[in-house]
Write a protein that binds this ligand. Sequence first.
Ligand code: DGJ
Length: 724
Amino acid sequence: MTEILQENGLLHLRNGSISYIMAVMPGGALAHLYFGPRLSAIHPDGVLRAAGSGDTGNFRLQECGLDRLPQEYPVQGLGDQREGALTAEYPGKGWAADLRFSGAEALDAKPGLDGLPATFGSDGKTLRITLADALTGLRAELLYTVFDDSPAVIRSVRIVNGGDAPMLLTDAQSLCLDLPDSRWDLITLSGAWARERAVYRRPLVPGHQGVSTLCGASSLQQSPFLALARKETTEDAGEALGAALIYSGNFAARASVYQNDSTRLSLGVNPRDFIWRLAPGEAFQTPEAVLVYSEEGLGGMSRAFHRLWESHLLPPRWVNAHRPVLLNSWEAAYFDFDEEKLVSIAECAAKAGVELFVMDDGWFGRRDDDSTSLGDWGADRKKLPGGLRRLGDRIRALGLQFGIWMEPEMVSPQSDLYRAHPDWAIHVPGREPITARHQLTLDMSRPDVQEFVFRAVSDTLTESGAAYLKWDMNRNFSNVGSAYLPPDRQRELPHRYILGLYAVMDRLVRAFPEVLIEGCASGGGRFDPGMLYYVPQFWCSDDTDALQRCRIQWGTSLFLPPSAMGSHVSAVPNHQTGRTAPLESRFAVALGGCFGYELDPRKLTEEEQIALRRQIAYARDTEKTRARGGLYRLLSPYEGNDTAWITVSPDQTEAVFTLVRALGRVNTPPPLVRLRGLDGEKRYRVLETNEVYGGDELMRSGLLCPLRPGDAQSVLYTLKAEEE
Ligand code: DGJ
């Protein structure tokens, strides 16, 4: 059970596993004392002296005393020389608010956040702390939530202009965490199209380090996440601290090492390209940020994130629901299809046991390539003479669900929509439009654009009867400007865009609660916790090559759950890498996420089609364990030739184990892989070999994994606990 203890100026949130402790200092500064395993109590003097002050009195009255105080929501410019979490300009009153404690209250229920995705849950406790600046009237309302079942603290801030003059907010981070030392490695996830979320780990050094984006999305290149791990921290053991932002736009995630080797973490909306006007009485709500603490290494941190999202963020309708095994038409047909071809692909897919057929890009306007028609969301009657309804009905008549692709936030210059509403595209008037993939981005800050997008999607869903929508987004911002926002609010556009997107998504999921929505952004270009509030799965990457996917899925799983990672078996040679991996390996890797196909089943041999039937039956049988189980990463593709992971059901009676070897090795014994997460007291039968081993043996000695000769070979084992 979570509790909030408030005594002697200390504010202590704790549940069964963690404590988060703050102190109200004489003079009103809010100090950070501790985040880590649950404590019964703390002596503030120790922490504060270690921070560099011989005196634990009023830091504010000491010369630059705030520079040595670990703080919750610091502001630079009033003694603290480090970079703070908040900057706002006040006419004639500078840009540093002197934030002092003005009250704290425990809330009965966790509030939602205005216009933003946020964690929810009836368990746990929330504390609201108000800091206020007497000179300007600025207030910062800090929210802290701890749920009963999670080693996490969820934070957000509401900045209120309580003064009588307008303010310009230029930086409002969601969280700041001052840590007493810098003996950490920083882990971030970075990449590019078709190689998203690669893991980078390096020691912290004095100065700033981190990741950020300015492209209008969380992006292919970076993720709104960072972790700190001790040098000795491994997948299974040691301290790890993860931070993630529930947000899909421009963000900044930073770890800064200052004098005395203290570390300041910050996470929030990127302050570059951000200026927000706050009239008297107005408020700005930051996105939510989540801090997770683990003593069970990076694996423990990831599992804590996965469980937190699944219990407190993902749409509850879909968390435990069966996700249909889908076949997507993109790599099967690209733009080259008509109704008959789609139906014939779907027929073949249905025979193999596929449950959902998805028609990807190319069905609307005159879209024979990517140069036209985004925004003109009427079916192309040359390709689909009977329209969406007839195609949907024919697919459903095969016993399949029907799904459809859209890219609702975009417009092609070659479209009726653009000709009618050139001002709806993001642009700076007077400058040449800058296209990417021949398209422009609609200005989602505009209410008329939001209405258009909502109507376009809801009409398409209604007409087609689709049970699934793939919501794609294939370009980032350039020439950033809005014909709708006034000149002094142009820097609000990036954040207002995301608020507009969230408003439309929110309306859609309410209007179509039974439609399964999969997010996509040139693959995983906006795969973040913000989107997961609306869509329970996201296309992880356009790279479907089994070996590349080992790296991408490994990195993604650091903070996002396998149940949300769209992951498909595709044809060989692989369309991205040209590599030919065996069908079993492509299957084993795709099972590591939300499973489906991305190929033309008609082109498979009879033997392969039979294999597909077996695969789909297996995927369905093991879905609960793979989606709801705990993920243990075993062998890292970043460290060697083999990748291995195991997913263990919550009751430890079933597990799915996968090993993938990139390059075949001649004349080497088979690997013995130590498993994790099993019950050491139980005995497990490996269904594929019919051998029985003790859980302790599998975890301490290992499981032998004979591999066939050749590259990209794999082993997929199902472990079932024997009845006692
Ligand atoms: C990018 C996506 O990632 C692909 O899966 C596909 O839907 C294309 N867009 C279609 O244009």
